[in-house]
Design a protein around this ligand. Structure first.
Ligand code: HEM
Length: 466
């Protein structure tokens, strides 16, 4: 029989479609009085944004744009998620059948090669103290058109929950200004290639289509369907990562290592190197389609900007094997070896936002970061070991991946990590594809995070409130 359609009124809004946003606050909290918290949270359930709310909001945005009105409409959303520690605090003892979630992200830090050191036999990641505090029971997401709008939502949550909870840490994310809208801090357009969820979204050419159960717990295709409690259905596991980006240092690295080709000016060689590290030009145009020059029209065309699979050439003349988008979605590199469905279990739905200010003239001049900036990385999946953790361990940090290539590909230059040790990659120079490029420091520095479960509205009503 056909699988039942997903209940979009039951799934929180950020999981599949993402809450539309110019700004987003991440409020990490501790539950102080579980009984009061459960009672007060009940009052907040109507304020929690669902997937259907997002469907309506996106339609409202489209209608507004069609009217040619340049202003933003007032719009905001609230989502709530819990760590294993939060479930424990609330007396929820069911096992969600995800060992990485149960252990918490701190326990994975060494395994995913975050920088840090061993102290008295235990790994101590170089994380922000807030993420090492063992105080984070949950996470409220506030996202919307402006700080003023989401501040109203945040005030409401504080007003209703009162002293039953307390803030541990708040991260303020903001979409970058002007032409940089939608671009992460290194300057590259983000959020281009996301999986399409079968039965919910119509795929664009080249887009990976995944069964809903890869992102939504309990849905068709959830590999752990049988071992979860029934109330976990329509939830999802949320990975939060606080990733600092060393932007002036990254820019200097590109300046110092331009790809040298006859007739290519150094500035263009630096731009080409950047594109080959990411696998897309800053505009978003994929280098597998346009390897030599940026093509903004291609980047802006959703019918074409994701329609590639690295199968055109066997070598790295178009795209290095270790380029970020190739490591994190290897497309034909994997399906040629393991079959058409091989990438699907590892799909994640990314919904992060940059944090921190624009690079200052002084930072630019000194090639040195003085203020924290980076990516509040968020992704959703039903199995952490298949999604985020798999991508980090088996792909980004695995120098031998993609497999069976004529050279050792090396680290994902954007997110690959090697603990405290340096990294290398091959294939950045199309004319010398076995040459090694030293990556003398990590451009992206992991500062911590946590694993959360984003329950359905039904679960909020039945398990998380009283
Ligand atoms: C794609 C940047 C962290 C997984 C991309 C793209 C950019 C980018 C520019 C291409 C645009 C797009 O397809 O959306 C960054 C930066 C990061 C970061 C600057 C850190 C500061 C991560 C992490 C993961 C990840 C931690 C997962 C472990 C992906 C995936 C894609 C992607 C799956 C889509 C690849 C595809 O389908 O072609 N990223 N990313 N990224 N990134 Fe990242």
């Amino acid at each position: 029989p056909p699988a039942p359609a997903l209940n979009l009124d039951d799934i929180q809004g950020d999981v599949i479609l993402g809450i539309p946003k110019r700004v987003e606050w991440f409020l990490f909290f501790k539950i102080v009085n579980p009984a009061h918290f459960k009672k007060h949270l009940k009052q907040l359930i109507p304020a929690i944004t669902t997937t259907n709310d997002i469907v309506k909001a996106r339609k409202a945005i489209d209608d507004h744009k069609k009217k040619g009105d340049p202003g933003l409409i007032k719009l905001s959303g609230i989502n709530v998620s819990f760590s294993q520690r939060g479930l424990n605090a609330l007396g929820i003892t069911d096992n969600l059948a995800d060992p990485q979630f149960a252990a918490g992200q701190f326990a994975s830090a060494q395994d995913i090669k975050d920088p840090g050191q061993v102290v008295n036999g235990a790994f101590d990641p170089a994380w922000l103290p807030q993420f090492k505090s063992h105080d984070i029971d949950g996470l409220f997401l506030f996202a919307g058109d402006s700080e003023a709008t989401i501040n109203e939502d945040c005030d409401k949550v504080f007003h209703v929950l009162g002293s039953s909870f307390k803030q541990v840490f708040k991260v303020h994310g903001n979409v970058r200004p002007g032409k940089e809208k939608g671009h992460e801090h290194f300057g590259f357009l983000d959020g281009v290639s996301l999986p399409a969820i079968a039965s919910v979204q119509t795929p664009l050419p080249g887009q990976l289509v995944v069964p809903p159960g890869i992102i939504v717990v309990g849905a068709d295709g959830d590999p752990n369907l049988a071992s979860r409690p029934s109330w976990a259905a329509n939830g999802s596991f949320l990975v939060y990562r606080q990733l600092n980006q060393l932007v002036p240092e990254f820019d200097k690295f590109l300046l110092d290592n331009p790809i040298q080709e006859p007739g290519l000016p150094p500035a263009k060689g630096s731009e080409l190197l950047g594109a080959r590290l990411v696998g897309r030009w800053k505009s978003g145009a994929p280098i597998d389609i346009t390897p030599k020059v940026d093509d903004p029209a291609l980047a802006a065309d959703p019918q074409r900007n994701n329609n590639f699979d690295f199968s055109g050439v066997a070598d790295q003349s178009k795209c290095p094997f270790a380029a970020h988008v190739r490591k994190t979605n290897p497309r034909s590199d994997l399906t040629n070896l393991f079959g058409a469905d091989a990438v699907k279990p590892h799909a994640i739905n990314r919904n992060g936002i940059p944090f921190g200010p624009e690079v200052t003239p002084q930072e630019n001049h000194e090639h040195k970061t003085h203020c924290d900036r980076g990516l509040s990385f968020v992704c959703y999946q039903t199995v952490l070991a298949n999604g985020f953790e798999f991508i980090m361990k088996s792909w980004a940090n695995n120098i031998g991946f993609p497999l069976q290539k004529p050279v050792v590909p090396g680290f994902d230059p954007i997110i690959g990590q090697n603990g405290n040790d340096a990294r290398t990659m091959q294939g950045t120079n199309p004319d010398a594809q076995t040459a090694t490029l030293n990556l003398p420091f990590e451009f992206v520095v992991a500062k911590g995070g946590e694993y959360f479960f984003t329950p359905s509205i039904t679960a909020l009503k039945t398990k998380f409130t009283a």
